[in-house]
Design a protein around this ligand. Structure first.
Ligand code: ATP
Length: 299
């Protein structure tokens, strides 16, 4: 999933560079968007009230000419469902999410949101309906309040704090010397990896999107924080169509649908129970990991 975070990290880096030069985050967004829109050609559909049904239809993609990274991907995520993506490294999990968020364009086939082809929607407009919670959440030099509000710039102080509470972040924030006004460094030094995750969840809650893209962290997080993260994630997933590159067995078991990928294809699809009954690839993977760790289903 390092590949998946790359385009997002590029954006984060641009953001940080620009932030030091330009006053006001809104202007930063404008500049970023102008740049992307120039590169892509304009979309013409405006997506407003999204329900969150996502459909992949015969989607094929490759990063380079020759050889398909994704081959004939078909699935439907109904409004509010959680879709877990599992499979060996390099199988194409991140690539599916790169296409859904239009960091790359499908070579063949089409992706629809509520029946609208996403190739016709401006990226900025598309991503207004999405939030990203990534393994290595990006923070910028600014207060905790600003870092959470980055999810939705118009959010009030109350909304920021409400989101932090739901994300189980409020408690640790209140124990910091400057609380919500604590200034974070760009690499978030001073707070733990788990706390960064909680801030990232708070940011997504403030954004309140219909579609959620989540790359579960695999790093070692202490048990108490881990439980807080799991609880916060359940709140975040609730009522949103969510795509999770899942590492936690718990997340996978709870998913409405698991897409099992291998070599760029969906080889199995269904709930945890359905896939176990099938006694195929997933079931083997599951059995082989059962005695090891609950974090290893993707590696
Ligand atoms: P992991 O679990 O390791 O993150 P993944 O299932 O998410 O793997 P992808 O990251 O989608 O797999 O990668 C699918 C294939 O595409 C791999 O062979 C990978 O090397 C290749 N790939 C990924 N990103 C790029 C890129 N930006 N340019 C070229 N090839 C890429």
């Amino acid at each position: 999933s390092r590949q998946f975070t790359r385009p997002l990290n590029d954006l984060a880096n641009q953001f940080n560079t620009l932030l030091s030069a330009v006053a006001g985050a809104e202007r930063v967004f404008e500049i970023l968007d102008e740049k992307t829109e120039e590169q892509e050609g304009d979309g013409f559909t405006i997506l407003q009230d999204v329900k969150g049904e996502v459909r992949f239809e015969n989607v094929t993609f490759s990063y380079e000419k020759g050889g398909d990274t994704l081959n004939d991907i078909n699935f439907i995520a109904k409004k509010g469902e959680t879709i877990a993506l599992v499979g060996p490294t390099g199988a194409g999990k991140s690539t599916i999410l790169n296409l859904l968020s239009r960091f790359y364009e499908a070579v063949d086939g089409e992706i629809f949101i509520d029946g609208v082809a996403i190739s016709t929607i401006k990226r900025q407009n598309l991503r207004e309906h999405m939030a990203f919670v990534l393994q290595d959440p990006f923070l910028f030099e600014g207060t905790i309040r600003e870092n959470i509000r980055y999810g939705r710039l118009a959010a009030s102080d109350d909304e920021v704090e409400e989101a932090a509470k739901l994300a189980n972040a409020h408690f640790f924030i209140m124990r910091l010397p400057e609380q919500y006004e604590t200034v974070l460094t760009q690499d978030g030094s001073g707070i733990s990896q788990g706390q960064k995750q909680l801030l990232s969840i708070a940011r997504a809650l403030v954004a309140n999107p219909k579609i959620l893209i989540l790359d579960e962290a695999t790093s070692n997080i202490d048990t108490v924080t881990e439980l807080k993260i799991q609880e916060a994630l359940q709140r975040l997933l609730n009522g949103r169509t969510s795509f999770v590159i899942a590492h936690r067995l718990n997340t996978i078991q709870k998913a409405d649908c698991i897409l099992v990928l291998k070599d760029g294809r969906i080889i199995e699809m269904g709930s945890h129970e359905e896939l176990l009954t099938k006694q195929g690839f997933y079931s083997d993977l599951y059995q082989s990991q059962l005695n090891k760790t609950s974090y290893a289903l993707n590696s």
